[in-house]
Ligand binder design. Structure first.
Ligand code: GLU
Length: 448
């Protein structure tokens, strides 16, 4: 069977088995369709059923999370952990707390995570977890009770050498703190390496908070530098206002770019003078409020309802840092018509498959999520390393390593893009690099 036929067979098989899992099917399609030449060159992958094994999680855990709110009312949410692959290291990946969380979303994210983590060159497998719990509008006390209940089940499935969760949408330093406290209490053991994204005063890593956003900018800079395009003086559109967006804006500004937008799920802010980062951090990190409030202190800026409108703002570089599928074909067309030169994905799979195809067709420089946003999990792996040696490295040391890792991810993706056809197709380049590494490790470890 040719590589193409093998891939088509797998995608049809997934569609038949789990017809309701569209996001999972899309991410598998994205990865597999770019590795057909690798499959043609390695017929032994089909014999060893490599693809059949890759699309099946090693383990899926689903559980009930009961908790009580401040008024004494009882709630029940769903908890999940999808342990996709441990071939390269302990399962590793974030926890997402958001009402949109389903098994489909977490399987898609866990699948992405396997290949993203392989790209980092560090010893981490792939997983994802979370809950349909919505932390918005909940008090600290309620969030703590929820986290404690969630961990009371999750603790038996994780450990510093088994599975190491971290943050994602809706899970930041506060939640990791509560989760860690409960884990420690149940286990009665100070296993700092069981979670990453901890506060630095109990053995988190310096630069972990900044890592995804900074890493995105390091990757995009490598990509632009190779074309002789600088970031200085460029206009950037960023979506999102969470951890990834905030630190992407910070690093972009330090490179001399002007970032004119940020967004949340209600709408977007356009500030022609450039986003005031201190004000944004105060709204999001201190007051945990909506970005709409930005215009109260910045009357020259505009607030628009509806987050999709952010892609109608004219820019040189677009950085989707909010969530999956936020750039559809229509938004991609609008960005291209407005002269965008490059797109760097900070969120996980923020562009739909047809949007990615449109960017590539129109020769837009495109930095795909699993390569461009790998800085977060890379620094998580450095946090695990620091926890193992019971030492803490300086901010500069971690940031320096992050820079090197992002450069290596870019160089490897570029090299494989060149070897296998289109030198500017970093989607294919990254997928081929990651897939080859995972597939070879699977072959070497036998039929497990
Ligand atoms: N949630 C982040 C991601 O999507 C980080 C995961 C981690 O640090 O384990 O890569």
């Amino acid at each position: 069977m040719s590589g193409k036929q093998y891939v088509e067979k797998m995608i049809a098989c997934i569609a038949k088995r789990d017809p309701d899992q569209k996001m999972f099917r899309d991410t598998v399609t994205e990865v597999l369709s770019s590795i057909e030449p690798v499959l043609d060159a390695h017929p032994n992958y089909e014999t060893a059923k490599i693809l059949e094994r890759m699309v099946e999680p090693e383990r899926v855990i689903m559980f009930r999370v009961p908790w009580q709110d401040d008024k004494g009312e009882c709630h029940v949410n769903r908890g999940f952990r999808v342990q996709m692959s441990s071939v390269i290291g302990p399962y590793k990946g974030g926890l997402r707390f958001h009402p949109s969380v389903t098994l489909d979303i977490l399987k898609f994210l866990a699948f992405e995570q396997v290949y993203k983590n392989a790209l980092t060159g560090l010893p981490i497998g792939g997983a994802k977890g979370g809950s349909d719990f919505d932390p918005h509008g909940r008090s600290d006390n309620e969030v703590m009770h929820f986290c404690q209940s969630f961990m009371t089940e999750l603790y038996r499935h994780i450990g510093p050498d088994v599975d190491v969760p971290a943050g994602d949408i809706g899970v930041g330093g506060r939640e990791i703190g509560y989760l860690y406290g409960q884990y420690k209490r149940i286990r009665d053991s100070y296993d700092a390496g069981v979670l990453t994204g901890k506060r630095v005063d109990f053995w988190g890593s310096f630069a972990r908070t900044e890592a995804t956003g900074y890493g995105l900018l390091y990757f995009v800079k490598n990509m632009l530098d190779a074309k002789g395009i600088g970031l200085k003086g460029k206009t950037l559109v960023v979506s999102g206002a969470g951890n990834v967006a905030t630190y992407a804006i910070e690093k972009a500004q330090s490179f001399g770019a002007k970032v004119v937008t940020c967004s949340d799920s209600n709408g977007y802010v356009y500030d022609p003078d450039g986003i005031d980062l201190a004000a944004l951090k105060d709204i999001k990190e201190v007051r945990r409020a909506r970005i709409k409030e930005y215009v109260q202190t910045h009357p020259h800026a505009e607030y628009h309802e509806g987050c999709k409108g952010v892609w109608t703002v004219k820019c040189d570089v677009a950085l989707p840092c909010a969530t999956q599928s936020e750039i559809d074909l229509e938004s991609a067309k609008r960005l291209v018509a407005n002269g965008v030169q490059a797109v760097g994905e900070g969120a996980n799979m923020p562009s739909t498959l047809d949007a990615i195809a449109y960017f590539l067709e129109h020769k837009i420089l495109f930095a795909p999520a699993k390569a461009a946003n790998a800085g977060g999990v890379a620094v998580s792996a450095l946090e695990m390393a620091q926890n193992s040696e019971r030492l803490q490295w300086t901010f500069e040391e971690v940031d320096g390593r992050l820079k090197d890792i992002m450069k290596r991810i870019y160089t490897n993706a570029k090299k494989n893009a060149e070897t296998y056809g289109d030198p500017d197709n970093l989607v294919a380049g990254a997928n081929i690099t990651a897939f080859s590494k995972v597939a070879e490790a699977m072959l070497a470890q036998g039929l497990v």
